[in-house]
Design a protein around this ligand. Structure first.
Ligand code: ATP
Ligand code: MG
Length: 421
């Protein structure tokens, strides 16, 4: 019988890969706390209706990417394809949005039924950030400064570019939408099947096409920027001015519309040229209309989500050395030594709380245990044989240089390792 395999597009993250993940996660958490953000933990499954109402019926996600199934009582449920909707649902449900300001983040797996390829999976991890209750352009800017700081801390600032656009208000977008539809109607022959369908449902999404054959018709389309009112323009300009002031470089991309319906004013993406067409590692913007759309009182919201797999693919190109080794490896030979060794190991961990000590529990000859000690990356081996035990001693051997083996008492070993830490 063939072995059972993981689901296509859903990947294991193996022990040799997790140190780099942990390294990135730690830095991300540190930077989030630099700006005073709090963590929120959310369910992986929500009512299907939540995503239909927030993301919008005519989007890639809702049209074809959701993992939707009936619960045993017939309720339609969906594995979360993103975190924005669930985060807002939770805050509305718990009354967190009454005259309050929030800066939140979450981390977890998201699910989308897409065609798997490098940087595009069916289960993937996102760090998401959502802020509520702030209308000022400074909060949009803060998210850009925060991410800019993050790339610097991770050493990938040179590999990513910031692209910005403003989508204006819903009213401004409606006027633009008419102009856009009129333009595309004069160029029907240049549109692909998806775009023809979108012409009446979600024409802005046509600008988001990844079909190279449509590059020209999209290039010549009217620009939303020309349809923005004073307030939207001013909001956008304030962000640009602050970024310039603080030395954060950016590009304005007037074709950037983002896939989801709920954005207004600012939208942005951090993109890289190193991951082919899966080049967006972080994306977000302002979505002031969504809170009301989900039944709350009108309120401001700005957020972004960052794809961890794409970030990791970038980090892998840097060949960062992330240490994930123990300090000490304990070798025990003989029944008495096994007992004494295990007890000593516990004592050492009691005394030195940061000590990383691995005890060989698989046994074997002293030679084979030494091999494993070497492979563990430990700096020192502690050796307990019948002789050492009968003398109440432990042998300490450096695994990284040629220093001679020393015999120490148990308390001398403890002192030695304490100084090491
Ligand atoms: P794309 O245009 O690449 O499909 P998106 O606009 O659908 O991305 P968002 O919904 O904005 O993506 O999600 C934010 C981030 O999450 C993306 O920029 C990307 O880094 C990551 N992401 C989205 N979908 C996937 C996926 N299927 N596999 C891995 N990462 C993903
Ligand atoms: Mg997508």
């Amino acid at each position: 019988m063939a072995n059972i395999q993981a689901i296509r597009g859903m990947h294991d993250i193996l022990p040799e890969q997790t140190p780099l993940w942990q390294y990135a996660e730690k830095i991300i958490r540190e930077v989030l706390s630099n700006y005073g953000y709090s963590e929120i933990r959310l369910p992986a499954v929500e009512k299907t209706e939540l995503f239909k109402r927030s993301i919008g019926e005519v989007t890639d996600i809702v049209e074809k990417e959701m993992y939707t199934f009936d619960d045993r009582n017939g309720d339609s449920l969906t594995l979360r394809p993103e975190g924005t909707a669930g985060c807002l649902r939770a805050c509305l449900e718990h009354g967190l949005l009454h005259n309050q300001v929030h800066r939140l983040w979450y981390y977890g797996a998201m699910y989308r039924h897409e065609r798997p390829q490098k940087g595009r999976y069916r289960q993937f991890f996102q760090f998401g950030v959502e802020t509520y209750g702030m209308t000022s352009a400074d909060i949009d800017t803060e998210l850009l400064l925060l991410t800019d700081r993050l790339w610097k801390r991770l050493g990938i600032r040179e590999k990513v570019r910031l692209q910005l656009n403003s989508l204006g208000t819903i009213a401004e977008r409606l006027i633009y939408r008419e102009a856009l539809v009129a333009y595309f109607q004069q160029h029907l022959e240049a549109l692909d099947e998806d775009s023809l369908r979108r012409l009446n449902t979600n024409p802005l999404r046509i600008l988001d096409t990844k079909n190279p054959a449509m590059a020209e018709v999209v290039q010549n389309a009217p620009e939303l920027m020309d349809y923005l009112g004073d307030d939207s323009r001013q909001h956008f300009q304030t962000i640009l001015d602050t970024l310039t002031d603080l030395g954060v470089s950016y590009e304005i991309n007037t074709r950037l519309v983002r896939g989801l319906d709920y954005y207004s004013k600012t939208v942005f993406e951090w993109v890289t040229d190193e991951l082919g067409s899966q080049g967006t590692i972080c994306a977000g913007g302002r979505y002031d209309g969504l809170i009301e759309q989900l039944g709350g009182k009108a309120n401001s919201a700005v957020g972004f989500a960052m794809g961890m797999e794409r970030l990791l693919l970038l980090l892998e190109t840097l060949e960062i050395e992330v240490e994930n080794t123990v300090d000490v490896y304990m070798i025990r030979v003989g029944e008495n030594a096994e007992k004494v060794g295990l007890r000593l190991a516990e004592q050492l961990r009691n005394e030195i709380s940061t000590l990383k000590l691995q005890v060989d529990c698989a046994g074997g000859s002293i030679k084979s245990q030494f091999k494993k000690a070497d492979k563990s990356g430990a700096k020192f081996a502690l050796i307990l044989g019948e002789d050492e035990v009968s003398r109440g001693e432990v042998a300490l051997k450096s695994l990284r240089d040629e220093q001679a083996q020393q015999n120490l008492t148990q308390s001398e070993v403890c002192e030695f390792l304490r100084k090491l830490k």
